[in-house]
Design a protein around this ligand. Sequence first.
Ligand SMILES: Nc1ncnc2c1ncn2[C@@H]1O[C@H](COP(=O)(O)OP(=O)(O)OP(=O)(O)O)[C@@H](O)[C@H]1O
Length: 596
Amino acid sequence: MSTDTPSITPLKETWQQLMRGARGRSARLRASLIALAVAAAVQGLALACMMPLFQSLIPTADWQGALPWLLTMSVLMLISLGIRWWAQGFDYQGYTVANTHELRTLMGEQLRRIPLELLQDKRAGEVNATLLGNVDENLNYLLTVAAMMAHALITPVVVALVALYFDWRMGLILLLVFPLLIPLYRWRRPAFGRGMQMLADANQRTSSDILEYTQGLPVLRAACCTGEKAAYLSGGFLELEKIQTIGQQKGAKPNLILATVMELAVLLVVFAGILFVVQGSLDIALLAALLVIVVRFSEPLATFVLYAKVIDIMEAALGKIDALLSIKPLPQQTPAQLPDSFEICFEGVDFSYANTESATLQGFNAHLPACSLTALVGPSGSGKTTITRLLMRHADPQKGRITIGGVELHAIEPEKLNGLISVVFQDVYLFDDSILANIRMARPDASDEEVETAARAAHCHEFISRLPEGYQTRVGDIGGRLSGGERQRISIARAILKDAPIVILDEPTAALDTESEVAVQAAIDALVRKRTVIVIAHRLSTIAGADQILVIDQGQLAECGQHHKLLANQGRYARMWQAQQSIKAWHFTSSEGVVS
Ligand SMILES: Nc1ncnc2c1ncn2[C@@H]1O[C@H](COP(=O)(O)OP(=O)(O)OP(=O)(O)O)[C@@H](O)[C@H]1O
């Protein structure tokens, strides 16, 4: 588990990230933050009125002289309150919530647009933590914290500046003492910032670990690894605890230092003030006013570090949001085109995954005629799945072209491209919704009758009808009650309903028993008619009838042709075929041996 210390973002960049995060509302947010600063300054002026007010009342109460200051003070306080009320309107008028919603939607859209290849590198828990936690941490506390910080920093400085006018020595002491906070904060900030980022990273990691543990429990139980993985998870919790403890310690020390500095500042003002009063060079009324003001400031100043911590949490969140939003979607050529025929061509395609050194595909060429069935075979890791991923444009090749009906993939709009291709994977993912909705997601405008027709064609109507609530049965409620073959047929029903001209079958029958395989094969036969089909297969017997077989080896096309021709070639395919036949023969003889 890594605890690398991340670098911290300069405040100016944080400001820019904040404004980017506020999107269309950035002008209002900027105005609100400036207004908070103005409100704090006005409050400083209001408090400064205490100095002439006290001078009017001490030692002899001159109410006539005091009244204008009392009024000015009240008016300034009201103005400050009004400005602050307006500024905080960003929160209570719903801008913050709307912004959070917008940002989350934007990130959801970004997930749809970014190359899937890059998304595969991220863990589901990480994305979840960014979308939920980080988006909430972005703006939710900003104005409250900004108001407190302005109150802690700007108000005392304004009072000190006014104090210069009444007594330059006392003003100077205040000016020297209060801004001490800034260098102190700057000194500790890198440690806070890094602490908060480490905490955000640890939270993200733990969230991913929990998600993975929960989702993987069946596998872990089967592999008798629940204890081992639980120990790993506990390790993650301990790590989190450690980081939180360090964070608390790092926060506690400067807090204590600042609190002490502020106490000393109060004492300094008291001592200097008394000294000047004793010397007869300072009015006692002014000292009384200054003491009231200083005591009033010392607490917000001392807890300043706590507010600053929230800024660091926000900063860490902004960094995560920015990182996800700055991933560039794959380029789209304009004007967009739409193919009207569906043959597929790979021409001199080179492809390497991000962060890998060796090429997965090298100079790959293939022509898949329209309405033909092409099988991709080859050893594990040779690049078969990668070829289909490139066709679905999960990533772009570094070199070469991929075309459908003569149109390059990047000229087809992503949504349109998705509409052209149906995929049936070996592992079927069903969402926790009704069976009807799970099939209909392939074509949301399909009627119930159309869904049923697709289900019949995919040979799943019968088992769906046997379920307690038929098509309305929720997948989550029946969970493991659907067999692998049944789930597979639901995914084929989806593909039939989608009615896309190109179909990719990624070993859909590999994990099924013979009976389910026959049913799924019948469903596949209904799906592939009159379409351009690509099948990834390990069992060569299932694709012997393909129009062409592409043998992939180390990312290159090693052989191409029909089954009989490839057997006659006595090359790589023939050797794979013979190896599989001999395994079959071995299975057969060994099972005969058992029987006898
Ligand atoms: N997201 C990824 N990032 C980095 N490397 C990857 C990624 N996905 C696949 N690879 C690598 O690319 C190579 C080709 O993988 P691919 O899945 O295309 O092979 P395959 O022929 O489909 O294998 P199999 O038959 O086992 O499914 C492998 O070496 C694999 O480790």
